[in-house]
Design a protein around this ligand. Sequence first.
Ligand code: PHE
Length: 452
Amino acid sequence: MSECGPKFKSKRGFIWVATGSAVGLGNLWRFPYLVNQCGGAAFIFVYILCLIVFGIVLAVTDIAIGRKTGKTVIRAFLDISKKYRWVGYISVLIPLIISGYYCVIGGWIFKYLTIYATGSSDILNNDYYESFISCSMDGIFNSPIFWFILFALIATIVMSFNINKGLEKVSMIAMPLLLCILVVIALFVLTIPGIGEGLSYYFIPDINKINAKTFIGAFGQMFYSLSIAMGVLVTFGSYMDKNEDIEKSAFILGGIDCFVSVITGMIIVPLVHIYNETVISGSGLMFYVLPRVFAQMEFGHIIGLLFFLLASIAALTSVFSMVEVGMSIFTEIFGIKREISAFLNLFVIFLIGISPCLGYGPLSFVYFEGSYILEMMDFFANTLLLPFSAIGTCMCVVHALKIENLVKEVKSSGPFRLERIYSPMIKYVAPFFISLIFIFGVIQNFFPSVII
Ligand code: PHE
C-alpha cells in the first residue's frame, strides 16, 4: 500500500476544509438553543473553556494520528494496533449515519432557499413545515425525498473530483463566503431598533442557569461541532502537509468555529426574543420560528434568503467531510476510482437517509419518547457511538501509539504549547468526562425525569 495518499495543495487547505466540516447545523441551531437554555454568556464562557481545555487537545490528537500514519481512518487505527481497529470502524460508522439524516435536513434547507429565492410566502402558513416534512404535499418539488436526493447528489458531484479540485477548492471559496454572509446579517441585525434588549438577553450571564447540564451540553456540543472522534480530522490530517503546524491549525479551527457559533447565536437569540417567539431546539427553530421572525422584519425577505444561503453552505461543506470519510474507505478497500466510490457512497447515503426522510410521514409510527427516526439516528451516533470512538482514540494513543510518539509528530512541524497538560488529559481527564456525557446522555434520553 503506498504511503502517498492525496494531499492538500494550498497552505490554508486544511483550515478551510476542516472549518467547513466543523461549521454546520450544530452552530446554527444547537448552539443558540444551548446558550438560551444554559445561562447566556455564562454558557459561552463554559463552552470556550471546554474548547480550549479539551477541544484543542482532542483535535490535535485526531489530526496527528492522521498525519503520522498517512492513512484513512480504518487503516490508521489498524496500522497502530490490530487491537484498536474497532476504533476505526466506529469512527467511520458515525459520519456515515450522520450523513444520511444530515442530507435530509440539507434538502429541507435547499427547499427553503428556493422558496426565499422565488419570493413565495407559503412558508408562513402555520402548518407548512409540518406538511412539507411529513410528505403530505403534492408535486415532486414539494417532496422532501426529491430535495434530499438533490442535496446528496450535489455533495457527491463536488466530492467526485480529486480533493484539490473539488473539496479543497470549493471549501476555500465557500467558507470565506459563509463568513462574509454571516457578518453582513449580523451587522444588519445590529441596526434593528430595540435589538439592545435582545442582545443583553443573549449576553448577560445567568449564573442560576449553570448546572451539570451546562457542562455536559458544552462538552457534547464541542465534540459535535469540531467533528472530533468522527474520522473526519484523522482523514484530513492524513492529507495535511508534513510542515503544517498542527496545534496552530487546531486553534484556528476551534476559533473560527466558535466565532460562527457565537455570532449566529447573537443573531438568532435576540431576534427571536424581540419578535416574541421562542428559541426552541432542533429543526423547528430554523424552519418554523425563523421564517416567522423574518416575515416581521424590514428587509426580512433578503435576510431570510441570506440566512438559508448561509445554512446551505454550512450544511453542504459539513456533508463533504462525512462523504470524504466514507469515500476514502471505499477507495481503499475496493481499490476503485474516486468517482465510482463517490457514487457508491451516494447509494449508501440514500439507503441510510431514506427512512429518516420518511420518518415524519409514512414512517411516523416509528416513534419513541419524543423521537422520530431522525432523532433516533442522531442519538445513536452522537450519544451512544461517539463516546466509544472518543475513549477508544484516547486508549489507543496511550497504550498503542504511545503519547511520546504523538507529541513527536505534533512537534515535528511546530510548537506544542499544550504538551504539559496533554498526558494527564488524554489518560484520565478526557476519558472521565466523555464517560460522564455518555451516562448523562443515556439517562436524559431514557429517564428524562431524573435530570434536574
Ligand atoms: N460539525 C458539524 C456541525 O456542527 C457536524 C458534523 C458531524 C460534521 C460529523 C462532520 C461529521 O453541524
